[in-house]
Write a protein that binds this ligand. Structure first.
Ligand SMILES: [Zn+2]
Length: 470
């Protein structure tokens, strides 16, 4: 249900009188946010049967209803059922704009797999549940509500605040990827000094916040196919050098191989904090690596732990296998898919050469798949980090803000590739492994969502220079 315009401006006027901190449920701004969040979540935006253009238009209408000039609200379609929205809150122009980015498309969700209808927002036991409840419609709805609120409050930021809601983030190689498409075709519309995006957030254990994360880097996604071709033959007269055995031997060599370990400023800062509570052997391994010693035996305690290993080196692992055409025949083709996650500054050509050396067999072809998106780490911007630390410190006292490098990717890879430093930060806390993001029964705590909303409102206000004195 949409709020009538008049009521909207009346409630927003009330918001003026309240300090930013008082963003608890019941705040006058809550009803509008809830309505935006519900509307966005309940529009199916999956690739198979959804439509991000419908979502872009619905969010665009929210801005028009709130009095934004039509010229500052643009719905841009990059293909059928593919929509992006760019909205702009004008500032004084004293600084280059800042960009808020969130994607509207969501991962598939089948009704029969879920405990409830995935595109109907549920609010039970202190949780919102639906596909997209977090990823990424939480931030998308918060950004829409934040811009509308700032305008209603008569905020005069020093710089323009641009919001880009995008499509196709969840699809690995989509030509319609909204972030990429906007950067390549409408750069002026979204050009900014820096961007805030998904990828951060807070970690809780047993209901208690333990860390607030700011994502500054992402590993780079790259897959390869290893292919062995062979004339094949009758399986009653097998040859040892058949396609399947050759490929299997190569894969075993790959499993035993480690790319060299090294740190960048983001992983160094991250490990320094997270290893504080670890056993002495892990602390010692970190200290050695930070001092430049990456000998395998010295850093073994880090390499043995999957979470640390993924941060300190490029990794490649076999994820799919396919071979043979008949039970009673030697395979003519054997194929494996290898998924690599490269350190942000790794050279993809070097990785390909390394894989060929590891395979150590001319008969195993190494074929790169898809495109590589070079995505350097964002600088540790004092402006952004100080604002995040101060506001997070106020909302969650004593909880450390930790710089992170993600194993997966977000649209920040496109921003970073095209020279817009991106910071993944949301202030939305969730229990480790229990959010259902990309999985079943996705959920976010109602309190945690509203806390994130308060956090992002204050952060946007601070970074845009819209904060009024006092
Ligand atoms: Zn996402």
């Amino acid at each position: 249900m949409r709020l009538p315009g008049l009521l909207l401006s009346a409630t927003m006027a009330c918001a003026l009188a309240l300090p930013a901190r008082a963003q608890t449920p019941g705040h006058p701004d809550e009803a509008l946010f809830r309505a935006i969040y519900r509307e966005l979540v309940e529009i199916n935006t999956t690739e198979s049967s959804g439509d991000t253009l419908v979502a872009a238009k619905a969010m665009g209408q929210r801005f028009l209803d709130a009095g934004f000039p039509a010229a500052d609200v643009q719905v841009l379609s990059s293909g059928p059922r593919k929509g992006n929205l760019v909205a702009r809150l004008r500032g004084a122009g004293a600084k280059k704009p800042m960009l808020l980015m969130a994607h509207m498309d969501v991962v598939e969700a089948k009704r029969e797999d879920w405990a409830f209808a995935p595109f109907t927002l549920q609010e039970t036991d202190g949780f919102f549940r639906a596909r997209g409840a977090i990823d990424d419609k939480a931030m998308a709805a918060i950004f829409v509500a934040t811009l509308i609120r700032l305008r209603a409050e008569g905020a005069t930021p020093e710089r323009d605040i641009i919001l880009a809601l995008t499509t196709d983030e969840e699809l690995a190689d989509s030509p319609h990827d909204g972030a990429r498409w906007l950067l390549e075709n409408h750069r002026a519309l979204i050009d900014a000094e820096f961007a805030l995006n998904e990828g951060g957030g807070g970690t809780m254990r047993e209901g208690k916040p333990v860390s607030s994360n700011i994502q500054l880097a992402e590993k780079v996604y790259r897959s390869f196919q290893m292919v062995v071709k062979d004339p094949g033959g009758h399986s009653a007269q097998p040859r040892r050098d058949n396609a399947i055995t050759k490929l299997a031997e190569g894969l075993v060599r790959l499993a035993d191989f480690d790319f060299p370990a090294r740190l960048n400023p983001v992983t160094e800062a991250w490990l320094k904090i997270v290893t504080r509570l670890e056993a002495p052997d892990i602390k010692a391994a970190y200290a050695a690596l930070a001092a430049g010693d990456n000998r395998p035996e010295v850093i073994a305690p880090l390499s043995k732990r999957a979470n640390y290993n993924a941060q300190i080196r490029t990794t490649c692992v076999a994820t799919m296998l396919e071979a043979g055409h008949a039970e009673n025949a030697l395979a003519q083709t054997a194929r494996a898919t290898i998924n690599c996650r490269l350190l942000p500054d790794e050279n993809p050509a070097v990785v390909e050469e390394t894989l060929k050396k590891v395979m150590a067999d001319d008969k195993i072809a190494v074929i790169p798949l898809g495109t590589v998106v070079d995505s350097p780490a964002s600088p540790l911007s004092p402006q952004v980090i100080a604002a995040v630390e101060e506001i997070a410190g106020d909302l969650w006292p004593g909880i450390p803000v930790i710089p992170t490098q993600s194993g997966g990717y977000t649209d920040s890879r496109w921003l970073r590739k095209y020279g817009v430093p991106a910071y993944g930060v949301s202030g939305i806390f969730s229990e480790e492994g229990k959010s259902g993001v990309h999985g079943l029964n996705e959920q976010v705590g109602v309190k945690q969502l509203f806390d994130g909303k308060t956090f992002l409102y204050r952060l946007v206000k601070r970074l845009s220079g819209a904060e009024r004195p006092g």
